[in-house]
Design a protein around this ligand. Structure first.
Ligand code: 4GY
Length: 264
């Protein structure tokens, strides 16, 4: 997967190459991340990437011209394709709280592209005509406001990278994780058996693999019911999970805490 990034802070995004799974994926040539600085594409007043908003109001707006020039240059370079052949499709994404919500399903879909171009805004946002002319899709990481699109861009790159075959050390990890099954993950424990008076749930020490699998599945349901009931409504559950869910709901109705912490 080839990622292109349009940003005023390329050094921020290039940190993806300094550690973790994205750095390893770069070293293995599973991904490449090529940044372009928006400031290098200004045509008028040297290095002016922002202007005061038409209609007045506080702050500045990023001008359409350098963004268009930068994305078009990036798209042309990326369309050459890894093999040098022309015409590869480049999907252009703008990160903004106004976008459609990014989630694991969207990460899986975006992982199918050969080339993704991610555009980072700053200030109050970008001239809407840039979005109209050059952006295929607006994505939001959530209902909060940052100062720029760089951190969301890095999050999207990492979420996609870990889905690429060969990117994770242990091939099962991506499948087992939270959201692959559309539920929250179960709680995890490691040594010691007791930490500050809190004990590891008995079943995890039992060596009974079937019991452990069932307990983890049930705890995943418990957490999802407690923290994200909205996910339950859309989840496709196995018949075992439906029975577990029924039991968890009954316990909650009877005032019994089905959470692992009750054991403590
Ligand atoms: N939340 N999800 C987000 C964001 C910063 C001004 C436009 C978000 O995706 N992006 O908060 N982005 C703003 C800053 C320009 C992007």
């Amino acid at each position: 997967m080839r990622f292109g990034v349009i940003t005023l802070f390329p050094e921020l995004v290039q940190a993806l190459g300094t550690g973790g799974i994205t750095a390893r994926a770069m070293a293995r040539e599973l991904i490449s991340v090529s940044c372009r600085n928006t400031r290098d594409f200004t045509e008028d007043r040297p290095s002016s990437v922002d202007e005061r908003p038409y209609g007045g109001g506080p702050g500045m707006v990023m001008s359409a011209q350098p963004l268009c020039a930068a994305t078009r240059a990036a798209r042309e370079a990326m369309a050459e394709g890894a093999d040098g052949a022309a015409g590869a499709a480049v999907h252009t994404v703008y990160l903004t709280p106004q976008g459609r919500r990014f989630d694991q399903a969207r990460a899986r879909e975006l992982a199918q592209h050969d080339a993704l171009l991610l555009v980072c805004g700053r200030y109050e946002g970008v001239d809407e005509r840039f979005i109209a002319s050059d952006v295929d899709e607006e994505l939001s990481l959530g209902d909060f406001v940052l100062s720029g699109g760089e951190l969301p861009t890095m999050a999207v790159i990492e979420a996609i990278t870990r889905l690429l075959p060969g990117a994770l050390g242990h091939e099962d990890s991506a499948v087992e994780d939270s959201f692959s099954g559309a539920l929250l993950d179960c709680p995890h424990f490691t040594r010691p058996e007791e930490f500050e008076g809190r004990k590891v749930p008995e079943v995890l020490l039992s060596g009974d693999h079937a019991a452990i699998r069932d307990w983890r599945a049930e705890q995943a349901l418990v957490r999802t019911v407690e923290r994200r009931p909205d996910l339950i409504r859309n989840a496709v559950l196995t018949s075992v999970q439906r029975e577990q869910l029924e039991r968890v709901r009954q316990q909650r109705e009877q005032g019994v805490n089905p959470n692992w912490e009750r054991e403590q």
